[in-house]
Design a protein around this ligand. Structure first.
Ligand code: NAD
Length: 233
């Protein structure tokens, strides 16, 4: 590890699983009994906005009851102590990395605790509901939607993610199935750029073959162990 200076970490639903937030897979490919196509696409929102807004209102309320686990806290410790570049790219829309204490976090799939006004294009912090069509705090239009990237939409800040990879020596993927693109393709980019690659996951994923090394186990065990190794070494 001594030659490692700059690190990019990709996290997925698996890192929040032990905080009590279901992964997509553990729910059998359903989210709260809903098919993805019915709640997590722009088409679903046009077809049945009430269903979609109610679904996200429920999830927004639920994540506020959850607390960060030892894996989130270990990454926060790494963030605090690591002198080189570090970027935690998360696919998660919960805020457990931030509440665990991490600062260098990029939400490529948006955030439950933000609402996006499609009239003025401003994103506002949001803890309450959207089903009641509240006004945008900036322009007053009643056109707020969850600030979550739906299937078929472009993830946020891909340019920044690729720039961080170009500067990095190590890419680490934690608790993600390697099924959702373009996040799943980041390991290939990392390999093409010559980075070391490490996967930490409960079980082997669709992307495991792309990594130099895969360590299996629950995130609350394998992540603190890896962080201790990096900071100790
Ligand atoms: P996924 O559900 O497809 O895969 C979850 C992965 O986590 C699997 O590889 C599984 O082996 C692993 N996992 C499960 N429990 C774990 C544990 N205790 N420790 C370590 N790993 C564990 O999730 P994904 O790959 O992130 O992709 C699905 C999409 O849905 C993403 O956009 C994702 O962020 C989103 N999503 C987000 C949340 C959240 O914000 N917490 C929850 C569910 C889904």
């Amino acid at each position: 590890m001594s030659q490692i200076r700059n690190i990019v970490i990709l996290t997925g639903a698996g890192i929040s699983a032990e905080s009590g937030i279901d992964t997509f897979r553990s729910a059998g490919g359903l989210w709260e009994q809903h098919r993805v196509e019915d709640v997590a696409t722009p088409e679903a929102f046009s077809r049945d906005p009430d269903l979609v807004l109610r679904f996200y209102d429920m999830r927004r309320a639920a994540i506020q009851e959850k607390v960060p686990n030892a894996a989130h806290r270990a990454l926060a410790e790494l963030d605090a102590q690591w002198n080189g570049n570090l970027l935690i790219v998360t696919q998660n829309v919960d805020d457990l990395h931030e509440r665990g204490g991490a600062r260098r976090v990029l939400h490529m799939h948006g955030e439950h605790l933000k609402a996006w006004c499609t009239s003025c294009d401003i994103r506002s912090h949001w803890r309450g509901t959207l089903i009641d069509r509240p006004c945008c705090p900036v322009c007053q239009a009643r056109t707020l939607r969850p600030d979550v990237v739906w299937f078929g939409e472009m993830p946020y800040r891909m340019g920044e993610i690729h720039a961080a990879l170009r500067e990095a020596d190590l890419f680490v993927s934690i608790g993600t199935s390697g099924a959702v693109y373009p996040a799943a393709g980041l390991v290939r980019t990392a390999r093409e750029l010559g980075l070391q690659t490490l996967e930490l996951n409960l079980e082997r994923s669709q992307g495991s073959n792309w990594f130099h090394e895969t360590r299996l186990g629950p995130a609350t065990e394998v992540v603190p162990d890896w962080v201790a190794e990096v900071l100790g070494g």
